[in-house]
Design a binder for this molecule. Structure first.
Ligand code: CP
Length: 304
């Protein structure tokens, strides 16, 4: 079936900034449906083909998408840039067009550069789902984060969420911030000066670490060393002492406060080893919640 360009647009998920609150709500509600399903596989996407195209490394997102797609009965093609003709210099556009020419019905894509995805989505004839583009957006991560918070607190309205750490390089922070604001959550940011994104200040204030810890949700971010200019992180221990969720700081959180982190985690840098699997931590439940969220997203992208 050839989709019209407006249907392709409707089925794609490039970010949450421009997605309506009701669309986000319907994805979250559908994820709850899939989570409650007792069937491991419900083949509503039988005979549908999806390519997971990762031009940047991933563990959680890639496998979570694959799990979601297989639970819906889709045929899954996994593409890894390091084992492809990208190594011979083939462009992202040519790679996606190649898979489209072979007959995929949708593509999941992770990219390093920002600003490429929207242009790509205009040019290809299948829905695209953003699995993380540079420091721009990581919509399915934020959807699973919102789902995790909603399961915990029932409503996001008035929920105090602090996002702490390497905001500058974080697509997770941006997608969460833009989505949470649509639901009336009170978002605060906390970061060392060199890891702040000043352009986000109009959406959420930067506060001290002490202030940030007075929240219902403390979302820690990974220090993204691979995106840093040289010398940005002077000392891991210094960072831990100033901005890390140490055991001592975690012990001082309110009894109802939960700790989140998109992972992978730099243990004993932004979060202490003992805190990662502590009772307040929802880090592994976040990964669990990623599967039904991505089932909802892939159903929206591909169901006939
Ligand atoms: N949270 C997240 O995006 O993890 P991966 O990079 O392993 O996919």
């Amino acid at each position: 079936m050839t989709l019209t360009s407006s249907l392709i647009k409707e089925r794609s998920l490039l970010g949450l900034k421009d997605l309506s609150r009701s669309e986000i709500e319907s994805l979250i509600n559908r994820a709850a449906y899939w989570e409650a399903s007792t069937d491991k596989v419900t083949p509503i996407l039988k005979d549908r083909f999806v390519a997971n195209m990762f031009f940047e490394n991933s563990t959680r997102t890639r496998f979570s998408f694959e799990m979601a797609e297989k639970r819906l009965g889709a045929e899954v093609l996994n593409f890894a840039a390091a084992a492809s003709s990208v190594e011979k210099g083939e462009s992202i556009y040519d790679t996606v067009r190649t898979l489209e020419s072979m007959g995929i019905d949708a593509g999941v894509i992770r990219l390093k550069p920002i600003g490429v995805l929207a242009e790509l989505a205009e040019k290809v004839g299948v829905p695209l789902v953003n699995a993380g583009d540079g420091n721009n957006e990581h919509p399915t991560q934020a959807l699973l984060d919102l789902y995790t918070m909603k399961k915990e607190f029932g409503s996001l309205n008035g929920l105090r969420v602090s996002i702490i750490g390497d905001i500058k390089h974080s697509r997770v922070a941006r997608s969460n911030l833009w989505a949470l604001r649509k639901f009336g959550a009170i978002v605060k940011l906390c970061a060392p000066e060199v890891m702040k994104a000043p352009e986000l200040e109009s959406d959420a204030p930067y506060v001290t670490m002490e202030e940030a810890l007075k929240a219902d949700v403390v979302m820690m971010l990974r220090v993204q060393l691979e995106r840093h200019a040289t010398g940005m992180l002077k000392s891991a221990e210094q960072y831990r002492l100033q901005y890390g969720l140490t055991e001592e700081r975690a012990a001082g959180l309110a009894s109802h406060t939960i700790i989140m982190h998109p992972a992978p985690v730099n243990r004993n840098v932004e979060i202490d080893d003992a805190v990662v699997e502590s009772p307040k931590s929802r880090i592994f439940p976040q990964m669990t919640n990623g599967v039904p969220i991505r089932m909802a997203v892939m159903e929206r992208a591909m169901r006939l």
